[in-house]
Design a protein around this ligand. Structure first.
Ligand SMILES: [Zn+2]
Length: 359
C-alpha cells in the first residue's frame, strides 16, 4: 500500500471514528443546569412552532382562538404534567379529568353527548348540547354562577394571598372587612372579590376582581378578534372593568393609593396581564419560593411560587367547570319534563363565558 493511500485511509477512519478529545468532563449536574435546558428549548421551539403553524393554518376561528390562547406564555398546560398528591391539585371525581381534557381539546365531554342543557330546560327552553359540547360557553342561563366556577377560583386566590402576605393584609369578599372597605370608598361602583392591603406600600390597596372567560366564545371572536390577537379578551376585560369600577370618581381614575387588578383567566388556562403581574408581585414577596405553609402540597412540578399559583388557580377553574358540566346534561325526555314547568330564570349574559353582545 502506498503512502498516499495510507494517509487517505487514516483520514477516513478519523472521520468515522474521531479520536477522544481532551475536553473537560462536566459533572452531570452542571450539564443539566447549563446545556440541556437551552438545547431542549431550542429544539422544542423549532418543532412546536412548525406544528403550531400547521394547526393554526388549518383551524376554524374557534380552533385558532383556542390555539392562540393556549400558546400564551407561561404555558397553561403545565398543570397536565403533574402527578396529583393533594386535594389542591386533584380532580375530585373520576369523570372530571376527562371532561377537562375534552374541553381543552374542543371536543364534547363524554357525559354531555346527545344530552340537553339542564339550565335552559329549567328556564322553559330546549337546548340540545351540540357535537362540540360548547353550549355552556354562551348558555344564557349558564354556568358562571357565582357559586359554581367563579367562587372556587376567588377562594383559591384568596388562600394563596393569605399564605404569602398574611391574612391581616387580605380582605375577603364575604368578611366584615369588606363592608368597612366599601364604607371607606363609597364611590366604588362594584364590590371587589378581595382587597390586598399594603402590597404597593403602607396604606395602599389593590382591588382584585376575578373574571373568567372563554377566549374561543363566538362573541369574543366576532367583536374582539381573539382568533387573531392573543389575550384580546383578557385585555378587553381589563379596560372594561377599569372604567366600571371608578366611573364615579373624579376624572374616572382610581383614587390615590388604590389600583384595580382584573384577575382574568380563560377556560384554557391562560392568565391576563394584570393577573400575571399580581402573581409576580406575590412571588417577589415570597422570595420566589413556595411559602413554608404550602410546602407539603408542593412538588417537583411546582418548585417556585409562580408555577404553584398558576397551576392551582387554573386547575381550580377547570375542576369547578368540569364538576358543573357533569351536572349540566339531561336526556331529551327529562329536558321536556323540566321545560313544562319552567322556573323564572331570566337570561343573563354575565352568566356565560362568552362576551356580552353589547360589550
Ligand atoms: Zn343552556
Amino acid at each position: 500500500m502506498g503512502l498516499g493511500k495510507k494517509r487517505r485511509e487514516g483520514k477516513r477512519k478519523e472521520k468515522d471514528h474521531p479520536p477522544p478529545s481532551p475536553s473537560i468532563l462536566y459533572s452531570l449536574d452542571a450539564l443539566e443546569m447549563t446545556a440541556h435546558p437551552y438545547a431542549h428549548r431550542a429544539a422544542t421551539a423549532a418543532v412546536s412552532a412548525l406544528h403550531f403553524l400547521d394547526l393554526f393554518e388549518s383551524a376554524t376561528p374557534t380552533g385558532r382562538s383556542r390555539l392562540l390562547d393556549g400558546s400564551a406564555r407561561p404555558g397553561p398546560s403545565s398543570w397536565l404534567h403533574r402527578v396529583p398528591t393533594c386535594d389542591r391539585f386533584s380532580f375530585h371525581h373520576q369523570a372530571d379529568h376527562s371532561t377537562a381534557l375534552a374541553l381543552d381539546l374542543l371536543v364534547c365531554p363524554p357525559q354531555l353527548r346527545g344530552m340537553h342543557c339542564r339550565m335552559c330546560a329549567c328556564a322553559g327552553r330546549l337546548a340540545p348540547v351540540p357535537l362540540t359540547g360548547r353550549h355552556f360557553v354562551s348558555c344564557p342561563h349558564g354556568l358562571r354562577l357565582h357559586t359554581a366556577v367563579h367562587d372556587p377560583v376567588r377562594d383559591e386566590l384568596t388562600d394563596l394571598c393569605e399564605h404569602v402576605i398574611g391574612s391581616d393584609h387580605v380582605v375577603r369578599e364575604c368578611g366584615g372587612g369588606m363592608a368597612a372597605f366599601m364604607l371607606q370608598f363609597p364611590l366604588l361602583r362594584h364590590r371587589p372579590d378581595l382587597v390586598l392591603c399594603d402590597v404597593d406600600g403602607p396604606g395602599t390597596y389593590v382591588i382584585v376582581d376575578v373574571k373568567l372567560l372563554d377566549a374561543a366564545g363566538p362573541t369574543w371572536i366576532r367583536t374582539r378578534h381573539t382568533d387573531r390577537t392573543r389575550r384580546a379578551a383578557h385585555l378587553d376585560l381589563q379596560r372594561q372593568w377599569q372604567r366600571a369600577y371608578f366611573r364615579d370618581f373624579p376624572s374616572g381614575e382610581a383614587p390615590t393609593g388604590v389600583r384595580l387588578c382584573v384577575f382574568s383567566i380563560s377556560t384554557f388556562g391562560a392568565f391576563g396581564p394584570d393577573a400575571l403581574a399580581l402573581l409576580r408581585t406575590l412571588s417577589r414577596r415570597s422570595g420566589r419560593m413556595v411559602p413554608p405553609s404550602l410546602l407539603e402540597e408542593a412538588s417537583w412540578a411546582t418548585p417556585v411560587f409562580a408555577s404553584f399559583a398558576r397551576m392551582s388557580l387554573s386547575l381550580s377553574m377547570r375542576r369547578s367547570l368540569a364538576y358543573r358540566l357533569r351536572e349540566a346534561g339531561v336526556t331529551e325526555s327529562a329536558a321536556r319534563d323540566l321545560a313544562r314547568q319552567p322556573a323564572p330564570v331570566p337570561e343573563d349574559p354575565d352568566r356565560a363565558f362568552d362576551a356580552p353582545e353589547s360589550g
